[in-house]
Design a protein around this ligand. Structure first.
Ligand SMILES: [Zn+2]
Ligand SMILES: [Zn+2]
Length: 267
C-alpha cells in the first residue's frame, strides 16, 4: 500500500483513501441504521428521541454529501502523507521513538484539542453571515447515522483544518490520527443516532456527566442556538450554551417505560 502510494502519487492515494473512508462510513452508518431503524425499531421505540422518521430522499442526500466529505478529508490526509515524505512535518514513524506513554497521551490530547476546536468552529459557523456553510448539515432536523458526515465541502475543509496545523506543531504518530478518525466516526454516529442509549444516571455521575449524549446533539438539530459541543459538555457548560431543557428531556427519555403503541410517521 505504502509503495503503491509512493509510486502512484497523490491521485491514487486520494482514490484509494476515499474508497476506504467512504466505505467505512457506509458500513458503520448502514449497519447502525439497519439495526435501529429496520430490524428493531419497536424494541428501541422508547429510546427514540424524535418519534417521526426522516424521509428517504434526505438520507440519500446525506450519503451524497458524506461522499464529498470523504473526498475532502482524504485529500488533506494524503497531502499530509506526502508532506511527511518530504520531511516537513513532525510525524514520526516508530512509536518507540517517543514511547507508548507519549503515544497514549497524544490520543487523549487529540480528542480534547478536537473538542475545543470543534466547539468554537461550530459556534462561528452559526453566525448569520457564515451559516450558509453549515446549512447543509442542518437540513436534517431529525438526524440518523447517515447524517454523520453530511457537510457542505467547505464545512468539511473547516472540520479537518486543525489536523494539518497540528502535524507541524506537535510530534504525532500516524496511528494517532487514524485513531482520531475512528473516534470521530463513532462519535458522529452516536450523536446522530436518533436514539438515546446512555443510562439515566450518566448526567448525575460526577465524571460521566461531562460526556455528550445523542440527545444533546439531537436537540442542536432542533434548536440551533444551543448545544454546540462534540464529545464533551465542557465548553457548552462554560459558555452557558446548553439547551435549558437538555437534562429534563434526557431524563424523560432514559426513564421512559415501553408503551408499545406510539404512532411513527415520516417527516
Ligand atoms: Zn449534527
Ligand atoms: Zn450546528
Amino acid at each position: 500500500m505504502k509503495c503503491l502510494l509512493e509510486q502512484g502519487g497523490y491521485l491514487i492515494g486520494w482514490i484509494i483513501g476515499t474508497a476506504f473512508f467512504y466505505l467505512r462510513y457506509l458500513l458503520a452508518a448502514g449497519a447502525t441504521f439497519l439495526f435501529f431503524y429496520h430490524f428493531y425499531p419497536q424494541r428501541f421505540r422508547p429510546k427514540k428521541i424524535q418519534k417521526c422518521l426522516p424521509r428517504t430522499k434526505r438520507m440519500l442526500e446525506e450519503m451524497k454529501y458524506s461522499f464529498f466529505t470523504s473526498l475532502v478529508f482524504v485529500a488533506v490526509v494524503v497531502g499530509i502523507y506526502f508532506l511527511r515524505l518530504s520531511g516537513l512535518t513532525l510525524l514520526y514513524p516508530e512509536i518507540k521513538e517517543y514511547g507508548w506513554g507519549y503515544f497514549l497521551f497524544t490520543l487523549v490530547f487529540l480528542i480534547f484539542v478536537h473538542d475545543t476546536y470543534f466547539y468554537w468552529m461550530h459556534r462561528l459557523m452559526h453566525h448569520p453571515r457564515l451559516f450558509w456553510i453549515h446549512k447543509e448539515h442542518h437540513r436534517s432536523r431529525n438526524p440518523t447515522p447517515w447524517t454523520a458526515f453530511d457537510f457542505h465541502p467547505l464545512e468539511a475543509v473547516l472540520e479537518i483544518a486543525f489536523v494539518p496545523v497540528l502535524v507541524f506543531v506537535i510530534p504525532l504518530h500516524p496511528a494517532a490520527l487514524f485513531f482520531l478518525s475512528f473516534w470521530l466516526l463513532l462519535w458522529n454516529i452516536v450523536g446522530h443516532l436518533g436514539y438515546e442509549l446512555f443510562p439515566s444516571r450518566l448526567t448525575r455521575h460526577s465524571l460521566l456527566k461531562w460526556l455528550n449524549t445523542s440527545t444533546h446533539h439531537n436537540l442542536h438539530h432542533q434548536q440551533v442556538q444551543y448545544n454546540f459541543g462534540l464529545y464533551f459538555n465542557i465548553w457548552d457548560s462554560l459558555m452557558g450554551t446548553n439547551n435549558p431543557r437538555y437534562l429534563e428531556i434526557y431524563h424523560e427519555l432514559t426513564t421512559k417505560k415501553p408503551d408499545g403503541n406510539q404512532a411513527v410517521s415520516s417527516v
